[in-house]
Design a protein around this ligand. Structure first.
Ligand code: SF4
Length: 198
């Protein structure tokens, strides 16, 4: 997989999770939180075997979140990874996509069987002015699907919650990665303040 960033965190889904931000996205949502994830010619490659080995080495995580960039641009790898996670571990899978569920089904006719492996799916582009602090959703145009029973009983609570966690990480080269979903306009204001402080 072509990856933008990966980490272990409590801020992007239920419990402690391994989060992968894939590299590459064709959309250009206003105030995208991860513009470095849009570039198609950046990031690093991690083989499926490396990812699987790493997942098996992790202790105490509840699940895996895949965000981006646009995960569905790497549909074949994602599909294989999801099948493997569900057949070999008891981890849950949370997935983000800038495409809607119906757009994905149109593009990938076998996606219905893929989605049977996804516990929580958040679809749709990020619309900054519809960012009202909703739990797990960047903006309120996005839908949350619960394709398995794992979190379905929490659906109502999740859909009505405004509780959101947000943090950031700085890697060895000084690159800043935001973890979770920030408030409306956050990224633009952050960059402005950064420019003013320089
Ligand atoms: S779909 Fe996600 S990664 Fe792509 S531009 Fe929109 S917010 Fe950014």
């Amino acid at each position: 997989m072509l990856i933008n960033h990966e980490t272990i965190t409590n801020t992007l889904g239920p419990g402690k999770r391994y989060v992968i931000w894939v590299q590459g996205c064709n959309k250009r949502c206003f105030n995208c939180i991860n513009p470095s994830g849009q570039k198609m010619d950046s990031g690093y490659v991690k083989s499926m075997e490396e990812i699987k080995k790493y997942i098996l080495s992790l202790d105490g995580i509840r699940g895996i979140t895949v965000s981006g960039g646009e995960p569905l641009l790497q549909y074949n790898e994602l599909r294989k990874l999801a099948f493997w996670i569900k057949s070999r571990t008891d981890l849950d899978i949370m997935l983000y996509s800038g495409y809607t569920y119906s757009e994905i089904l149109r593009k990938h006719p076998d996606a219905e069987s893929f989605f049977k492996n996804i516990d929580i799916f958040i679809d749709g582009e990020y619309v900054d002015k519809l960012n009202t602090g909703s739990m797990y959703r960047g903006s309120d145009n996005q839908n949350i699907y619960f394709f398995t029973d794992r979190y379905r009983s929490y659906a109502e609570k999740i859909l009505s919650s405004k509780q959101r966690d947000f943090s950031f990480e700085i890697d060895g080269s000084g690159e800043i990665y935001f973890i979770g979903i920030p408030p409306e306009n956050f990224y633009r204001q952050f960059l402005q303040e950064l420019e003013e402080s320089e």
